[in-house]
Design a protein around this ligand. Structure first.
Ligand code: FES
Length: 254
């Protein structure tokens, strides 16, 4: 389906946001699900790029959704240069998103770097739902931290940066460890070493808190065809991030 760019801007550091018109096919999407985007008219399924839906809003133009991304290569460079009115082809919603439990209140969200993208929409939704939300953000420097003023004011924000330029110095796993006893359920997105460290924290805590991890893996087709997104859980077997995930129970990965 073809969407149209409504807004495009550098939001912070090297991170860009693009808002697109939301076709009816995407209205059923939930936080954690993703879309494949395709440059130009090329329909080769191996040339797509996966992006989590980072936010949804309704304006005079109708419903729109946002993609939040770091500019790291040709695909993201191309997308960042789309101007309002330009067309972008997308397929979605794809994958299995976050599954917040019913009747639990304290939600801990943990984002490493650009892993914050799907957590922004999740935070919006959980606050609308009346839950308590704490969002722990981690990055190498302050330039990688999503601006607090763009989040709902009811969200508690905790920041850790590796160089200490914002928040506490260190990794986001430290606030995760502190807040784990507080939360009823946790949700995370970031690089795999972050998930591995979080798994260690949960194991050593002895707490049986449910943690859902949204895995960021390179995805070429997004539909279970190419196997470029295969992950190999420690317990054996193979899982495809695009169709079995990208949301996995952290315990099922390590
Ligand atoms: S991205 Fe092709 S199988 Fe998952």
């Amino acid at each position: 389906m073809t969407t149209e760019v409504t807004e495009s801007a550098r939001l912070y550091g090297n991170t860009h946001i693009v808002w697109l018109t939301m076709p009816p096919e995407l209205h059923s999407a939930t936080p954690g699900q993703f879309v494949m985007t395709y440059a130009g008219e090329n329909s080769d399924p191996l040339l797509g790029r996966a992006f989590s839906i980072a936010r949804v809003r309704t304006s005079d133009a109708g419903r729109e959704f946002a993609l939040l991304f770091d500019i790291v290569g040709r695909g993201t460079e191309w997308l960042s240069r789309r101007a309002p009115g330009d067309a972008v082809r997308v397929v979605g919603p794809l994958g299995r998103g976050f599954e917040p439990r019913e009747r639990v209140q304290r939600m801990l969200l943990v984002g490493g770097g650009i892993g914050v993208a799907p957590l922004v929409w999740l935070a919006d939704r959980l606050i609308e739902d009346g839950r308590e939300v704490t969002l722990a953000l981690g990055g190498r420097t302050a330039a990688q931290i999503f601006p607090a003023h763009l989040l709902p004011s009811d969200v508690e924000i905790v920041v850790a940066t590796e160089d200490g330029s914002l928040g506490t110095r260190g990794l986001v796993t430290a606030p995760f460890e502190e807040l784990l006893p507080w939360c009823d359920q946790a949700f995370a997105c970031g690089p795999n070493p972050m998930f591995e460290a979080m798994h260690g924290v949960v194991r050593h805590s002895g707490l049986r808190k449910p943690v859902q991890a949204l895995v960021e893996e390179q995805m070429a087709c997004g539909m279970g065809i190419c196997y470029s997104c295969a992950v190999f859980p420690r317990r054996g077997g193979v899982r495809l991030v695009c169709t079995d995930g990208p949301m996995f129970d952290l315990r099922d990965l390590y």
